[in-house]
Design a protein around this ligand. Structure first.
Ligand SMILES: C[S@@+](CC[C@H](N)C(=O)[O-])C[C@H]1O[C@@H](n2cnc3c(N)ncnc32)[C@H](O)[C@@H]1O
Length: 263
C-alpha cells in the first residue's frame, strides 16, 4: 500500500491531520510536504504494521500525544509517555507563560507545583534564563519524565517530590500551579475523552477545588505572585477564597487567574 492509499483509508477513521502526523512519524519525516511529494511511495510491511497499530489506537480514542509520545507546548516538544504518562499539556496552559511575561517581573525564584511533563517550569526557565526554577510533583514517576524533558531541552530546572508545599522550603517571587481541578460530577464532562490520562492528574475532591484551596492556604506569605489554572466555572469561588488569604486578583482569562499578595 502506498502513502496516498493509506491516508485515504485512515482519514475515514480519524481526524485528517492526526492521520498525516501518524504517517509522518511512521516513516520518520517531519515535513508535511513529504506526503504530497511522495504520495506514491510504497510503505514497507513494518511501516504498515506500525501505522495501522497507531491508527487503531487513535480510532479507539487514545490521544495522539500518547501514541506519538510527545506533545508541543509553547513551540517545544515535550515527552508525555515514557515510563510514566503525564497529563497532555493543553493550549490554555500556554497563557500562563504569556501572563508571566505580561507581569514584567523578571522573577528570580519560580516554583511550578504539579509539574507533570515539566512543560510550565521548563518553558518558564527557557523564557526567563536568569530565574531559578524549581518544579515539584507528588508523583515520583512523572518527575522522571519531567527531568528527561529538562535534559532534552537543556533547561536548568531543579525537581523535587512534594505534596503541594509540604517538602518545599523558602519563599518565591512566583508560584504557578496547574493542579488537578476536575470535578467528576460535572454534567458536561466528557469522561471518555479523559480516560487515557492519569486520574491523579485530573480529578480533585471538593467540587475540584480541594488542592487549589489547600495550595492557596499554604502559599500565603511565601510568594509575591500566585498563578492558578482552573475551570472558568470555578474562578469566582477561587478569587473570593484567595482574597481571604491576602491574594488580590491582577489578571485573568478563561482558565488562568493571576494573584498578587496585598502589601
Ligand atoms: C493537571 S496536571 C498538570 C501537569 C502540568 N503542569 C501541565 O500543566 O500540563 C496536575 C499534576 O499535579 C500532580 N499532583 C497531583 N496532586 C498533587 C499534590 N498533592 N502535590 C503535588 N502535585 C500533585 C499530578 O501528578 C499532575 O502531574
Amino acid at each position: 500500500m502506498n502513502v496516498s492509499s493509506w491516508l485515504t483509508i485512515a482519514k475515514r477513521k480519524i481526524d485528517a491531520l492526526d492521520a498525516e502526523l501518524i504517517l509522518l512519524n511512521t516513516v520518520g519525516e517531519k515535513d508535511r510536504s513529504f506526503l504530497t511529494l511522495h504520495d506514491d511511495r510504497e510503505l514497507t510491511e513494518e511501516e504498515l504494521k506500525k501505522a495501522n497499530g497507531f491508527l487503531e489506537r487513535r480510532a479507539s480514542g487514545e490521544p495522539l500525544a500518547y501514541i506519538l509520545g510527545y506533545k508541543e507546548f509553547y513551540g517545544r516538544d515535550f515527552l508525555v509517555a515514557k515510563g510514566a504518562r503525564s497529563l497532555v499539556p493543553r493550549i490554555e496552559t500556554e497563557s500562563i507563560i504569556e501572563m508571566v511575561k505580561a507581569l514584567k517581573l523578571a522573577p528570580r525564584k519560580i516554583l511550578d507545583i504539579g509539574t507533570g511533563s515539566g512543560c510550565i517550569a521548563i518553558t518558564l526557565k527557557l523564557e526567563n534564563e536568569e530565574a531559578e526554577v524549581l518544579a515539584s510533583d507528588y508523583s515520583r514517576d512523572v518527575l522522571e519524565l519531567a527531568k528527561e524533558n529538562a535534559k532534552k531541552l537543556a533547561a536548568d530546572v531543579k525537581f523535587i517530590q512534594s505534596d503541594l508545599l509540604d517538602s518545599i522550603d523558602g519563599d518565591f517571587d512566583l508560584i504557578v500551579a496547574n493542579l488537578p481541578y476536575v470535578d467528576e460530577n460535572w454534567g458536561w464532562l466528557d469522561k471518555e475523552a479523559l480516560a487515557f490520562e492519569p486520574k491523579e492528574a485530573l480529578y480533585a475532591e471538593d467540587s475540584g477545588l480541594y488542592l487549589v484551596k489547600k495550595l492557596i492556604l499554604q502559599a500565603k506569605g511565601r510568594t509575591n505572585y500566585l498563578i492558578l489554572e482552573s475551570d472558568t466555572s470555578q474562578q469566582n469561588e477561587i478569587i473570593e477564597y484567595a482574597k481571604e488569604f491576602g491574594f488580590s486578583l491582577t489578571q485573568k482569562d478563561d482558565f488562568i487567574t493571576v494573584f498578587e499578595t496585598k502589601p
